[in-house]
Every structure is written in C-alpha cells, then in structure tokens.
Ligand binder design. Structure first.
Ligand code: IFM
Length: 470
C-alpha cells in the first residue's frame, strides 16, 4: 500500500512537556521552600532506589540550553509547570522574587525563540507548609491556590498565552490521598478522597477566576489538563459495554461534569452514599468556568469487563490481551487507537471544544547513546507516529484538536519509579547532565517543521465502544 500524507491544521502546536519537580532540581536554591515531593522522596521505600528530584535534570541551570534544543529541533511550543513553593516558599504570603524571576526569564527566552509557552500552575508539588495544615483535604488550600494563581498571573499574565490550572488532578486525589503511592503518601477514607477531589475542582474554579482577573494578555487561553481513563470495553458482550459506560461516568465524568456543567453525575453521587463530598453553596458555580481548552494526557487503555464486582464504583479490569506490546511502564500497553477513541468520545459526550493532547509518549528504559553517539529509539518513533495518525483521523471526523505535546522533552524523575523510566525524546545522562536528542526528537522536529508526515494508511477502526454504538 503506498504511503499517505498526514497533514495537520495550520497553526497546530507541536511541543514537548515537562513538569517542575521532574526536571528542575535546585530543590532548595534561591529561596525555594520544600514541597510534598521533597518530603515524600525521603520516606523509606517510597521511591525506587531511594532516588529524589533534588537534582533531576538540573533544568534550573540548563534551561537556556533546553529551550535552544527545542528550537533547533523545530518544535514551536513548550509545556512546563511553575513550582508553587519556588514562587511562594510556604504556599502563602510573600512572593519569592528569585523564583518568579526564573520563570520570567524562561518565558521571555521562549518568546524570543518563537516557542509558545504553555504554563501549568500545579503539577503535583504542593508546598509542604500547606500539607502540614491538611493539604488538599483542607478547603483553605483551594483559597491559597487562588492567591498563588493571582500572583503568577500578575507577573506573567501579560505574555504567557496558555494556562492550565492543574495537571491530572485525579492523580493528586487518588495516588496522593487514596493509594498513597505518590506524595503526600496518605491513605484516606473514600469520603476524604472525594473531599480532596472537590477541593481540587474548587481550586480550579477559583484559579480560573484569578487568571481572568489578573492576566492582561488579549486572547489568553485558560483551561485544565485531565488524564481521562481511555476506557475500552472487552469486545463481545453488551454487559461489557454497559460496565465500561458505568466506569466512564465514575472515572471521567466525575471530573468533566462539574467542570463543564456545574454538577456531579447524579447516579455516581447516589452510588457514593455517605462518602459524598461536602459541597458549600456556590461551589458548583465556581467550579464551572468557561474553559478555553481542555488538555488531555493519554498513554494506554483500561480494558473493562463485566465481572464479579458488585460495587458500581469498582470496575473489573480485563487482563492484558495475549501478545500485547508494552512500554517499560509495567502494564502500559501500546494501543494507538486510544488516541482517536478518546478525542472522539470527549467531543461526542461534551460537545466540540478546543482540545490539546498535552501528554503522550512512551518510556523505554534501555535508551542509551550507542557507539555512534546517537540514541536510536525506533519503538518511540512508532509510538508517536501511530498515535498521531489516529489523532489525524479524529481531526478528520470533526474533533477540534489544536496541538500535540510529547511527554517528555527529556528523560526525568518519573515519580515513584525514579530515573529508571525514560520518557524523554531527549536522553539525559544523570551523571554528566549531558543532553542527547534521540532519533524520535529529530523525527518529531521534522514533523513539526513540515506540519505533518507520511505513513502507511490506517487500518479500519477497531474500537468496540464505537462499534457497539453502530
Ligand atoms: O511523568 C508523568 C507526568 O508527570 C504526568 N503524566 C504521566 C507522566 C508519565 O507517567
């Protein structure tokens, strides 16, 4: 079959993403206060091999080189996050001028190079001082977040065109406060976890209000980044589709419905019984702010089946299909049709709104420079290309997709996995901090410059969700 051209819309953003704690290092330099991740990393057994983000990629020092690299590759956007304790060491009160100045330099250099800044205000590094007062279980943290957003917006809101309040709040609530596998490492009751979700949503609404009030740039886009489960019913039986549908409501609409409609999904609320969050008058209106965009992070699928679970809140996951190909992340199956499926499902359920793929990528932990000094990562090129082909098909079916950010710009601190997982399109040697663009970085850069690529045509749609609906 001859190759086909996959061209993307004019002004499509082609970028790479990072987050502050995962790349910056300089954990206690220039007045930065401790975050919950600085604390959590010291807990024995919390992080593989006892690693920490204290140095990470030393991006705090190498930022100029990192931006130049992106520019040279041909990317046109950079998604990064601001570390709250770097700009407000205790999470409240006086700003840390040196911290703000760092982000100002970073943004100014991006603008000079023609890289569009895409700023996330919260990518998991809560100031420890706020956790000491209850963290996200406390409503006050949402109020403090509003002040922090106002502070950053006053400083950078005249030049940063894209803002997200949160990255993957679901991980904050469930990995941080339910399973405890991420900072702050708490294992709370279902009611408390639901309260954390509510406070995060409230903080989002308050943060959006602060951004709209303080930021002065015309045409600024503000939104949020979610990681909806790419729910995939096991093919065959209608009860599997029903189970998948139920879980979409529990896992995804529990976030999307308050954000877009100002209310929690009724049936899920009912299933929660006494564990529902306390909602104060006016909260739901605050949460429902007009979103200029929705960011979606996606990596793999969740296969749902109708099984033994009697609790509608607890799904039955099907095991990995035989012959499944995985990345180095345990159980993360490579299944590129997720891209079309998620973009189309979100649009079908919630209407056409501007979407960005704010994270997509693969960890291959063996990546290393070869004798020729280059890092050959053909599996990552396949991963990126195959997912982009499915994004292209989503566009063709009417999805308003505006950009794609690879996770990640560079190998970095992968939370509880430490440095063993390598998601970067740029290799980092953690002894010397030398950066080496992998083949995938050159590939993505070329795609960005040409705003498209050539590849074999896609096979027909395999989504059982779509098929079930006809
Ligand atoms: O590294 C993380 C990132 O911080 C949030 N999204 C998923 C990535 C890979 O696990």
């Amino acid at each position: 079959m001859p190759n086909q051209r996959f061209d993307f819309p004019q002004d499509f953003l082609w970028g790479a993403a990072t987050s502050a704690y995962q790349v910056e290092g300089a954990a206690d330099e220039d007045g930065k206060g401790p975050s919950i991740w600085d604390t959590f990393c010291r807990r024995p057994g919390a992080i593989q091999r006892g690693e920490t983000g204290a140095e990470a990629c030393r991006h705090y020092r190498h930022w100029k080189e990192d931006l130049a690299l992106m520019k040279d590759l041909g990317l046109n956007a950079y998604r990064f996050s601001v570390s709250w304790p770097r700009v407000q060491s205790e999470g409240r009160g006086r700003a840390n001028e040196k911290g703000l100045a760092f982000y100002e330099r970073l943004v100014d250099e991006m603008l000079r190079l023609g890289l569009r800044p895409n700023l996330t205000l919260y990518h998991w590094d809560l100031p420890q001082a706020l956790e000491d007062k209850g963290g996200w279980t406390s409503r006050d943290t949402a109020l403090a977040f509003q002040d922090y957003c106002a502070l950053v917006a006053r400083r950078l809101g005249d030049r940063v065109p894209m803002w997200a309040t949160f990255n993957e709040p679901d991980c904050v609530s469930h990995a941080g406060y339910e399973s405890g596998v991420q900072a702050p490492g708490r294992r709370e009751s279902p009611q408390v976890v639901n309260q954390v979700v509510h406070h995060l949503l409230l903080a989002h609404g308050l943060g959006m209000q602060a951004l709209r009030r303080e930021a002065r740039l015309k045409g600024l886009q503000a939104g949020i980044v979610l990681n909806p489960l790419v729910i995939w019913p096991t093919p065959g039986r209608p009860e599997d589709v029903a189970a998948a549908e139920r879980h979409w409501r529990v896992a995804n609409d529990w976030w999307l419905e308050p954000l877009l409609k100002g209310g929690y999904p009724e049936e899920v609320w009912g299933w929660m019984g006494k564990d529902v969050p306390r909602v104060e008058p006016g909260d739901l209106q605050t949460i429902r702010q007009d979103l200029d965009f929705l960011g979606l992070n996606l990596y793999t699928r969740a296969r749902i089946t109708a099984g033994a679970s009697k609790d509608p809140l607890v799904p039955d996951y099907a095991p990995l299909p035989e012959g499944a190909r995985c990345t180095s992340m345990p159980g993360w199956e490579i299944f590129p049709p997720i891209m079309e499926s998620l973009l189309v499902e979100v649009t079908r359920r919630w209407g056409r709104l501007p979407l960005y793929v704010t994270e997509n990528g693969a960890s291959f932990s063996q990546d290393a420079p070869g004798p020729d000094g280059r890092v050959h990562d053909p599996a990552r090129i396949d991963y990126l290309r195959d997912h982009l082909q499915h994004a292209h098909r989503a566009l063709a079916s009417g999805v308003d997709l505006r950009g794609y950010f690879a996770w990640s710009l560079m190998d970095n601190f992968e939370w509880s996995f430490g440095y063993a997982q390598r998601f970067g399109i740029v290799h980092v040697d953690f002894q010397t901090f030398r950066r080496t663009p992998k083949d995938s970085a050159h590939w993505l850069g070329r795609v960005a410059r040409e705003n498209g690529f050539e590849a074999e045509p896609l096979p027909p749609r395999p989504s059982p969700f779509v098929q079930a609906r006809g």
